[in-house]
Ligand binder design. Structure first.
Ligand code: ARG
Ligand code: ZN
Length: 895
């Protein structure tokens, strides 16, 4: 570790830059071994800040020359920072020329300028631009960029950067050049270049305002047949943002480029989005329905950043959720709007909440818990978290819940009216929302609402209902609390919108009338909690209802309400809110799971689910009106991570045993129903990724899984045989992978042959092969066989630790995705984890730090896991030369 690299950055230390950079001219002589970069920029002093030296960020650069106004000048190095002290006084602009070199082919961190498949790519967010040239590499310094790329023409026929192509031509020695000019001011983290042998799918579009644009999706030559869905998703994104938010495309040309070596999912560089291939490439034979959905939402996400992120950017990185939470909210709304029907929308909402609860809730309960607007970081890359993204999106959603869709739109309009072209803060966003909605609950409660940005932890809403037959009243006592998180022992009450209804004995919503209201409302009502405790009295209630709280998951909280199984079953059968209908099923299963986990007895594993519960699930499965996608979600039991998050002491093996027992019982007792569902849904004809047919594939996949699991109990060969046949001849990847999954997860002897078959079919399709690796790494552990299998997979000729997607397909799938395989009594999983974190950290700290987070929940583990986990984390922490990324994760874990 170098001096100056280890400092903590604090939000309250923000100071405006001492200089502004107005324009940048970059010239690249691209060569994988040694790329030369000439940076000519126009700077001026920031008149609002006392005079001080210019300090330019750099990281692993080789400096050749610095020129001030065309003359050599004096400078010094402070660690990696280039310091210029003798600059002209006054506020006149001056020109600085910096000549550096970097080594793209040695850039294994994949930050800055790096190689992938022989082509050049960049990744600059958050602090990668300083690996390309010396700069004020901070988001509040915005400049216009003119970029010239020079490279060998045969090897790099395509040369791209942000903005518009203004010139191109030939150079001596078989080289050529292209010059790009981006007219929009932008921070350095949005800079991008691409050079290589690429081909593009192109589409010209005219938007409703009549402007014309060229859309391009660039990929490697063999991948053009996998770009149709990406292009369609991009077109939908452009049209949707204009229709829903009045935000047009502001560029003549919008480019997406795919690379197979990428730390993150994608990057919203102005006009030149760079994507992980995983979120671009899709064709029916190689991509699943889940992949199609993910492509659509990530393409939407990056496109929507063009306004929320690029036109209005972040003042500093503590404001990251300003753009990420808002943009995730926007991509979620986009996917819901495209899904169409209320049921399909609900399915999307449920899927988002499942992810939030199994990843963000645990994060908020662990050592890395941080507010949506963090207060400090050691390495900003560690804060591209599910809290910033997904919880941030829930916070934005609560604005919409509080002020309504129209009020939200007004707030967005005001936000852009005030801040277009600026680098701003979460406070600016909140203020625009409130000012555009004067007199609203939000405006009135804004300072308190903003606690969502400053307080970490998942609030708990505890509710208790009491029916008074004589008075015909139903009283709900609702209280809120929030557990302590690192650095925040005590929390103030949040503003929590609780959308609710009361479900009558006939299954219909009871009209709601609070005691101080003149008349009743039909259906749902949103109660806004602001106090530690609130009492709500509903009048004219003729019979005891079942409360349905937090409909649509109206706030990112844990709801603690003691409903009896019969009440949950009532909601599961009748709730008019599809989210809560699903939720009732989850809570029913969760209650059983927790009871059986805590009982500790082996007998608890025999028949964990009671008859009434099974009947209720059967009724959903056989329901004549419900959509297949919704049925599949209801019939899927809560995942092991979510269950673990509910427990004070976590025994991963016990959780796994109970979950397996529940699944086995669900498989056998509903066997005939599963067979019926499979017959109903297994043939969806020619592949399209629409919600109805993907819902059917999802239910057919679950059914086949259950049927293979049931077959394992009694040696039936029919269903495993069908699954094997499907692995061989399925017409699309979703059906094929589901069939393979059914065999591998049920542990059937055909699984091995099916895996071989799959490998032979897809050995030249990296993304499909990632699935093959991942499936084996997160398969259920039986007697500890997974870790040896994982070690074996790492020796496979197609495995590489250097490729982030491949590394994650084995290591994350195992350490994050397979609790029972990972948490072994012999501690071998933890030893393996420590070895791999250290191995990765030597060349790619970001990927290493993500893997390091697999141990977040160590302190709540039962013994012997806890002590062994701690020892493994300590071993990593003690390693000399650890990156800031990993050091921050393990240090927090140990405090
Ligand atoms: N802004 C990108 C996106 O969410 C992600 C950038 C990831 N950068 C990082 N250092 N992890 O669209
Ligand atoms: Zn983003």
């Amino acid at each position: 570790m170098r001096a100056g690299q280890s400092a903590v950055t604090r939000r309250l230390d923000y100071a405006p830059p001492a200089f502004w950079i107005d324009s940048v001219e970059l010239t690249f002589d691209l060569d994988p071994a040694k790329t030369r970069v000439l940076n000519r920029m126009r700077l001026r002093r920031n008149p609002d800040v006392p005079a001080q030296p210019l300090r330019l960020d750099g990281d692993e650069l080789n400096l050749s020359r610095v020129m001030l106004a065309g003359q050599g000048c004096s400078f010094r190095m402070d660690g990696e920072t280039l310091v210029l002290e003798n600059l002209p006084e006054g506020n006149a602009p001056f020109e600085l020329e910096i000549f550096t070199t970097c080594y793209p082919e040695k850039n294994s961190k994949l930050m800055g300028l790096f190689m992938s498949g022989g082509d050049f790519f960049t990744q600059c967010e958050a602090e990668g631009f300083r690996r390309i040239t010396y700069f004020l590499d901070r988001p509040d310094v915005m400049a216009t960029y003119t970029v010239t790329l020079r490279a060998d023409k045969a090897r790099y026929p395509v040369l791209l950067s942000n903005g518009n192509l203004t010139d191109e031509g030939e150079l001596p020695d078989g080289r050529h050049f292209a010059t790009w000019h981006d007219p929009h001011n932008k921070p350095s983290y949005l800079f991008a270049l691409v050079a290589g042998k690429l081909v593009a799918r192109e589409q010209r579009i005219a938007t409703r305002s009549g402007s014309e644009h060229l859309l391009q999706v660039y990929v490697r030559p063999g991948d053009l047949d996998k770009t149709e869905h990406a292009m369609n998703s991009l077109i939908h994104s452009v049209l949707w943002d204009e229709a829903r938010f009045g935000l047009p495309l502001d560029l003549e040309r919008f480019m997406i480029v795919a690379t197979s070596d990428f730390n993150a999912g994608a990057m919203e560089n102005k006009g030149l989005n760079i994507f992980n291939t995983k979120y671009v490439l899709a064709k029916p034979s190689t991509a699943t329905d889940g992949d199609y959905d993910a492509v659509e939402s990530v393409i939407g996400h990056e496109y929507f950043h063009n306004w929320t992120g690029n036109r209005v950017t972040c003042r500093d990185w503590f404001q990251l959720s300003l753009k990420e939470g808002l943009t995730v909210f926007r991509d979620q709304e986009f996917s819901m709007d495209l899904a169409g029907t209320p049921s399909a929308r609900a399915v999307k909402r449920i899927e988002n909440v499942i992810d939030l609860r199994s990843a963000q809730f645990p994060e908020d309960a662990g050592p890395m818990a941080h507010p949506v607007r963090p207060d400090e970081y050691l390495e900003i890359s560690n804060f591209y978290t599910t809290t910033i993204y997904e919880k941030g999106a829930e916070v934005v959603r609560m604005y919409q819940t509080l002020i309504g869709r129209e009020g939200f739109r007004k707030g967005i309009d005001l936000y852009f009216q005030r801040h277009d072209g600026q680098a701003v803060t979460c406070d600016d966003f909140a203020q625009a929302m409130a000012d555009a909605n004067e007199g609203s609950d939000l405006a009135r409660l804004l300072p308190q609402f903003k606690r969502w940005y400053s307080q970490a932890g998942t609030p708990v809403v505890k509710a208790q209902g009491r029916y008074d037959a004589a008075a015909r009243t139903y009283t709900l006592t609702v209280s809120q609390s929030c557990p302590a998180t690192p650095g925040q022992p005590r929390k103030e009450p949040f503003v929590i919108p609780v959308q609710m209804g009361l479900v009558g004995a006939d299954g219909r919503d009871v009209p709601l009338q609070l005691d101080h209201w003149q008349q009743a409302v039909q259906g749902s009502h949103t109660v806004v909690l602001t106090e530690g405790e609130t009492t709500l009295t509903f009048i004219h209630v003729d019979a005891e209802p079942v409360p349905s709280l937090l409909r649509g998951f109206s706030a990112p909280v844990e709801l603690d309400i003691d409903l009896a199984p019969a009440q949950l079953m009532h909601l599961l059968a009748h709730d008019s809110d599809p989210f809560n209908r699903w939720e009732a099923g989850q809570q029913l299963a969760l209650q059983t799971a927790i009871e059986k986990i805590e009982s500790g007895a082996d007998t608890a594993l025999a028949q964990p689910l009671n008859d009434a519960h099974l009947q209720a699930l059967r009724a959903v499965l056989r329901h004549p009106q419900l959509d297949a996608a919704f049925k599949a979600l209801v019939l899927t039991l809560p995942d092991e991570d979510y269950i673990a998050d509910q427990l004070d002491t976590v025994d991963p093996q016990r959780i796994h045993a109970v979950c397996e027992a529940m699944a086995r019982q669900l498989a056998t007792e509903l066997r005939a129903d599963w067979a019926w569902a499979y017959e109903q849904c297994h043939d969806t004809g020619a592949y399209t990724p629409d919600p109805v047919s993907s819902g059917k594939r999802s239910l057919a996949g679950l059914a086949l899984h259950m049927l293979c699991l049931a077959a394992q109990q009694d040696g039936d060969a029919v269903w495993p045989g069908k699954a094997y046949q499907r692995v061989k001849d399925a017409g699309n990847m979703t059906d094929r992978l589901n069939a393979l999954h059914a065999l591998v997860y049920s542990g059937h002897e055909l699984a091995g042959r099916a895996l071989e078959r799959f490998y032979t079919l897809f050995k030249d399709e990296p993304l499909a092969l990632d699935k093959w690796f991942a499936l084996q790494s997160h398969a259920p552990d039986r007697g500890g066989h997974i870790l040896p299998a994982v070690r074996q997979l790492m020796k496979h000729p197609d495995f590489s630790l250097r490729n982030p997607n491949r590394a994650r397909s084995v290591l994350s799938a195992f350490c994050h995705g397979n609790p029972a395989g990972f948490h072994r009594r012999d501690a071998a999983g933890y030893v393996f984890w420590a070895d791999q974190v250290l191995a990765l950290d030597a060349f790619n700290p970001q990927v290493a730090a993500r893997l390091a987070r697999a141990m977040d929940a160590w302190a709540r583990l039962a013994e012997p896991y806890r002590a062994a986990a701690r020892a493994a984390i300590e071993r990593v922490a003690a390693h000399a030369g650890l990156s800031n990324d990993v050091r921050e994760v393990v240090t927090r874990a140990l405090t």
